[in-house]
Write a protein that binds this ligand. Sequence first.
Ligand code: KG4
Ligand code: ZN
Length: 378
Amino acid sequence: MQGLCQKIPRRTYTCVMSSDSALCILGIESSCDETGVALVDARGQGVPHLLAHALHSQIDMHQAYGGVVPELASRDHIRRVVPLARQVMAEAGRRLADVDVVAYTRGPGLAGALLVGAGVACSLAAALGKPTLGVHHLEGHLLSPFLSADPPTFPFVALLVSGGHTQLMRVDGVGRYTLLGETVDDAAGEAFDKSAKLMGLPYPGGPHLARLAEGGDALAFELPRPMLHSGNLDFSFAGLKTAVRTQLQKLDLLDNREGLARALADAAQGKPLADLAAATQAAIVEVLVKKSLAALKATGFKRLVVAGGVEANQLLREQLDRAGARRGIRVHYPELHLCTDNGAMIALAAGMRLQSGLATLSHEPVFDVQPRWDLVAA
Ligand code: KG4
Ligand code: ZN
């Protein structure tokens, strides 16, 4: 490892990848409500290979509060990260001394939660005498399909759809990202989660709303498709939540806990709620699909990468696959178990940055996090 790095001032190192010997990268993700740790081998110029990964989701813990409680999230990351790292090392059959670089999510995310991952990564690296690398969370999502059985090739359009972001990116290579459009208010995941909460569904609402929608008729309600014809590639989802509110009011289900509980418990009685869930999902998905197609048309690219938690949505996958097939467009997704936050995507992004000569490794015993961080500027 040392032989691969050129020293630059202040004990930071740019890495020049030339050797084909193993380059073990430990990745730590702790930006929100999932603690993820993974080990990849990023030797040479091939796509980094996942050796092992482990994940702990805090969903059960936050469910009682209807959303993520930042302080509880940080405390739980502290409890989980070291045991998960031990598990990953054991599953990969490696020792800590084999780790060449410790990567961590530097941002964006919850400040306290990020500090836990950064603190552990920097302490571990200092103890091992190895460098650290701070990674952009969205770059992890964006590159995560490279770990799938059907990896994309550059260039492509990326649709990033998570709980906090909805963005369309032109991706010409690692670190070569151009923002084409983004949400002006709520993210797609937020639209799912807020609508689901209004319907009395548990946090995080997206998968619950999708399940409820299975028994519903999306045409039973006419919901808006905000900014569908805006002429640009931006999104807006806040109005959809307001429309869902209005429909619930008409059904006498707004803030009606007993009514919602009855509707959710009885499929026959709950049909209008299932219809509303289906209509909400259809509205979000239609906007995401049409804007993605518009971005592909604008760039002339024939490949679309979809990443972030909302990408687990089956209707979104089906509609993108169908629309793509009609237009000769390949659609790439991460493996389903790597759709939500995880350490594998952080270790992968670190590896691909190193291979591209873009990463700046640090041996400094200091760390910083960036709770708000623009990927295009990363
Ligand atoms: O990327 P992610 O795990 O975390 C963030 O970085 O935000 O995304 C979480 C989001 C949540 O809003 C969740 O409701 C949504 O992804 N989500 C889904 C589905 N699975 C997760 N939304 C719709 N349908 C799903 N099946
Ligand atoms: Zn995420």
